[in-house]
Design a protein around this ligand. Structure first.
Ligand SMILES: [Zn+2]
Length: 331
């Protein structure tokens, strides 16, 4: 283990992934400042001790910032170029980002154009996979045929259940998630951030996602923790996001340590950096600082990111070898 190297250098040199980031929530501050000069200072929510009152408070601030910029496919392209350059600078090799189907439903955008605009921004050396994020009630009105069509978009890696978790899980979703899998799409779902372990289990049973976004409240029920392990369903955890948004959770007591120690595959990501002010490297540093993760354990988290990625097996193995070279054997 390379202990002589300063921690932030070690984190920088680790090949990393970002598997849970909403592109609207990743709006670069410099673009927000271009259209909203009052943000010459970062949002108050970037302060370490900030806590959102509730999800509605967070969503209102996110929409206020994101909708100031994201209005056209070109605006997605320009933002994605800057976001992806930030990943390259942090030695992030693989990213899964989602765009909100609400931008099609309410913003009048063409999903295929947004998808193409994001993909065209991907630089050499960064693998990008794009998902469509759909709210619990996102299949109403004009959206149902668009969602059906989206499963045929070749540039769409998969789908993700977004939005307030306490909204009804409508009957169309189980059917749609099953159809997505049949059509070769990767499926995810946000669960276990606001709703408890029972909801995680319900989502696992009804939607059968390949992976859960957040999922941290699974820790409240050991049976759900062992179910995640048994089914091999990983959690894309966002510690700083949870620290600032999730009721009752702060970094020092974050359940990620318990989940990691219980053998659940966990990764770390930033979720919505324009709201939370963190980078991928910051998330690794937070695990070390607040949760006592050793370098070997940080390396295991990085390995997990590649293990759950949609990269070809040979490419996954190449990054694992690179992590082993930097960090030594498994944690
Ligand atoms: Zn999220």
């Amino acid at each position: 283990m390379n202990d002589a190297m300063p921690l932030m250098d070690f984190i920088q040199q680790l090949p990393k992934t970002e598997t849970h980031v909403h592109i609207e929530g990743a709006l670069p501050l410099e673009l927000l400042q271009r259209v909203r000069p009052e943000f010459h200072r970062p949002p108050a929510s970037w302060m370490h001790d900030f806590k959102y009152r509730d999800f509605a408070h967070f969503e209102q601030e996110l929409l206020d910032m994101a909708c100031s910029w994201y209005r056209t496919p070109e605006s997605y392209h320009e933002a994605a170029k800057l976001i992806f350059a930030g990943y390259v600078a942090q030695n992030v090799k693989y990213v899964e980002t989602s765009f909100a189907s609400g931008m099609i439903e309410f913003g009048g955008l063409d999903g295929r154009e947004v998808l193409a605009a994001i993909h065209e921004a991907a630089p050499a050396g960064l693998e990008v996979r794009v998902f469509l994020g759909i709210h619990h009630n996102g299949a109403g009105g004009k959206m149902r045929p668009i969602l059906e069509e989206a499963l045929g978009w070749s540039g769409l890696a998969g789908i993700d259940l977004h939005g307030p978790e306490d909204m009804t899980l409508e009957p169309w979703s189980a059917e749609y998630w099953a159809e997505a899998r049949r059509r070769g799409k990767y499926t995810k779902a946000h669960a276990g951030e606001f709703m408890g372990a029972d909801f995680v289990l319900r989502v696992l049973d009804e939607l059968r996602p390949h992976r859960i976004e957040h999922g941290v409240r699974s820790v409240e029920n050991p049976a759900v923790v062992s179910e995640l392990r048994r089914r091999g369903v990983a959690l894309d955890v966002c510690p700083t996001s949870n620290h600032k948004l999730m009721p009752g959770v702060r970094l020092p007591e974050h359940p990620i340590r318990q989940l990691f120690d219980a053998g659940v595959t966990v990764t770390v990501s930033t979720d919505d950096p324009i709201c939370f002010g963190s980078t991928v490297a910051d998330e690794y540093a937070a695990l070390a600082k607040w949760q006592g993760f050793t370098r070997a354990e940080l390396a295991q988290v990085a390995r997990n990111g590649f293990a759950v990625s949609l990269l070809p097996e040979a490419q996954k193995q190449a990054w694992m070898v690179e992590i082993d070279r930097l960090a030594g054997g498994k944690a």
